[in-house]
Design a protein around this ligand. Structure first.
Ligand code: HPA
Length: 271
């Protein structure tokens, strides 16, 4: 979907008379939040020109537009990943789409392995920064673009939104860590040696998504809040094996808390 085709994709998404302000990307196991969107208008990925269907168990693959937390949101239930064989440009097209629909704030979530030993399974982490060097993951969504490619990534994860999330979390007794998210391509989980490397360079959590989407969100000028759900320990000492179905199950069990946090954050966003 070259940028010019965004118009066709935008037209294919059912919005009714709603103009979404906040984009939500719901990661593995976190899609249930979309059930709580009121007056939902649903469009499956497959119905949107240029959007491949998702191939991942636990990712439904639909846009849901409606009211949530007192605002109009456009949620993506499921996302595209590099490990499905998509290019970095394809993986990040939905972000361009959310922006074209009118969203100026993006709340992006994911399931992640907790590298920081202080993190427990089921905890949430506000992403303060990420590591996604093309040298490590081999992909970048802006390679080959001729304009707007030198995007500043200092402060990509909006300080004010992190503060709002922290206040919202305290208000409802949710523990919200802060930390650095390292993106890997996957789809295999990391070896202990890889986790030691990531820990050494300052990563607190590791996952297979998000960072490329955030680069494009910053390119188009969206404010970003990133939330990781720690679904497993990513133990540099070589702990318990990781299983995708466990990742989904933990995501679902944390879903209610995640939804509560997101509702409250959205409720405090300036109009
Ligand atoms: N590693 C990479 N991605 C993940 C993990 C992990 O341990 N858990 C959930 N997504």
């Amino acid at each position: 979907m070259p940028d010019g085709d965004l118009t066709a994709a935008v037209r294919a998404i059912a919005t009714g008379d709603l103009r979404p302000e906040v984009g939500l990307i719901l990661g593995s196991g976190l899609g249930d939040l979309a059930e709580r969107i009121e007056t939902p208008r649903r469009t499956s990925f497959g119905a949107v020109p240029g959007m491949p269907a998702t191939t991942v168990v636990g990712h439904a693959g639909e846009f849901v537009i409606g009211h949530f937390g007192g605002r109009v949101v456009a949620a993506m239930r499921g996302r595209l990943h590099l490990y499905e064989g998509h290019s970095a440009a394809t993986v990040t097209r939905p972000v361009r789409l959310l922006h074209a629909l009118g969203c100026r704030t993006l709340i992006v979530s994911n399931a992640a392995g907790g590298i920081n030993p202080a993190f427990g399974v089921g905890d949430l982490m506000a992403i303060e920064d990420h590591i996604a060097l093309p040298g490590l993951i081999g992909h970048h969504p802006l390679v080959g673009r001729s304009e707007d490619r030198f995007v500043d990534m200092v402060g990509a994860y909006d300080r004010d939104l992190i503060e709002r999330a922290s206040r919202a979390a305290s208000a409802v007794g949710i523990r919200l860590h802060r930390g650095v998210y390292a993106m890997v391509v996957g789809p295999s989980f990391e070896t202990p040696a890889e986790l030691r490397l990531l820990r050494t360079v300052g990563a607190d959590a590791v996952g297979m998504s998000t960072a490329l989407e955030v680069i494009v969100a910053r390119q188009v000028g969206m404010r970003v809040l990133g939330i990781s759900c720690i679904t497993n320990q990513a133990d540099p000492g070589g702990g318990a094996p990781v299983d995708h179905l466990d990742v989904l199950a933990v995501g679902r069990s944390v879903g209610a808390r995640f939804g509560e946090l997101v509702t409250r954050v959205i409720g405090t966003l300036p109009t």
